[in-house]
Design a protein around this ligand. Structure first.
Ligand code: 13P
Ligand code: SF4
Length: 334
């Protein structure tokens, strides 16, 4: 038995003994992903962790994902083998959020006419600010429906932190978007005013990568995540969240070639054949990849010894407002 199998065996044993639920996002390393009871994209993980009846949720992912479970159910003890921070979520904090609201006010939009929507890739404090202003959270799976709901209010939408997701959804829905700090961004002229954040992993994909694959395999399909640049999404055949990409690729006939523009570990697991990573560099999410089997084992042993570490705590007032923003998403999206 090799080192990996030995560690996996101990993890399985401790998990049973301690009735811990292990949750893992699709971007986790294979050997960690194999240990999970619940897997999925950020929306599915938030929903399904909430439904689990274990006291301890061992969350293998990035910080905002573990926080979402705690926000939705404070009675759960959420422990992360590693508190890895999504680089995009770190681009915005409460001060930057307030500054963005101020920008819109200074450009002639009254505060009560602003409806903020935050991508789930943000910290609890930002979600709380959004909740306080009557706004909601979205994930890449729910973004279209949530933005549709926001549009129906007739208010100006402040979308944080991912400028690419904001612009891509606007394009899909025939709306006008602009990015604060990029060229002329007049909130009076746009429907969606985006904060200037992005995902460094999804920025790796370029229209040239698409041209390369199309030239090489004229029949190939190109599928990308909406965190990719707008020019990449426009040149693709399919744009979808992690789960939507999974369903799209797996429903293709086996002989259909597809190049996928999203995280490496996930793409490698999608299908045995005819599936390519849409980049010449390896698009691994560095923070998602921080979690190792050793970390999983350490945190399980600590729970067994009654000394859990890396537990998520959120101040109650922040949690309450952030929860409101998250629950609004579930109310509108289901
Ligand atoms: P999903 O909502 O598609 O899981 O995306 C989360 C994420 O961080 C993608 O980079
Ligand atoms: Fe964050 Fe990008 Fe990693 Fe997703 S892929 S967790 S957005 S850094």
């Amino acid at each position: 038995m090799n080192e990996i199998s030995k560690m996996q065996e101990e993890i399985r044993r401790l998990k049973e003994e301690l009735s811990v639920t292990i949750v893992a996002h699709y971007y986790q390393k294979d050997e960690v992903f194999e240990m999970a009871d619940i897997t999925g994209d950020s929306l599915e993980l938030a929903k399904r962790s909430k439904e689990s009846d274990s006291e301890f949720i061992l969350f293998c992912g990035v910080g905002f994902m573990g926080q979402s479970v705690k926000i939705l159910d404070p009675s759960k003890r959420v422990v992360m083998p590693r508190i890895a921070c999504c680089a995009m979520a770190r681009m915005i904090d409460s001060a930057y959020f307030d500054e963005s609201v101020r920008y819109m006010i200074e450009h002639g939009i009254a505060k009560e006419d602003i409806l903020p929507v935050t991508y789930i890739n943000s910290g609890a404090e930002v979600k709380a600010k959004v909740g306080q202003m009557g706004g909601m959270v979205c994930t890449s799976s729910s973004a279209k429906k949530i933005i549709q709901k926001a549009v129906e209010t007739g208010k100006k939408i402040l979308f944080v932190p991912d400028k690419c997701l904001g612009q891509n959804i606007a394009w899909m829905m025939g709306l006008k978007a602009c990015v604060i700090g990029e060229g002329e961004c007049d909130p009076k002229e746009a429907d969606i005013i985006c904060f200037n954040g992005f995902c460094s992993v999804h920025q790796l994909f370029e229209p040239e990568d698409i041209e390369f694959y199309r030239k090489r395999y004229p029949e190939i399909k190109i599928a990308v995540h909406p965190e990719c640049k707008p020019e990449v999404c426009r040149a693709a055949d399919f744009v979808g969240s992690t789960s939507q990409l999974l369903h799209y690729v797996r429903s293709l006939p086996p002989e259909q070639k597809v190049a996928v523009g999203t995280e490496y570990n996930f793409v490698k697991r999608l299908r045995d054949k005819n599936t390519y990573v849409l980049s010449s560099t390896k698009p691994e999410c560095p923070t998602m990849n921080e979690t190792t089997l050793e970390d999983l084992l350490d945190v399980l042993r600590a729970i067994r010894d009654n000394k859990p570490f890396n537990e998520i705590f959120i101040e109650e007032d922040t949690r309450k407002w952030a929860n409101l923003a998250l629950e609004r998403m579930f109310e509108y999206f289901g």
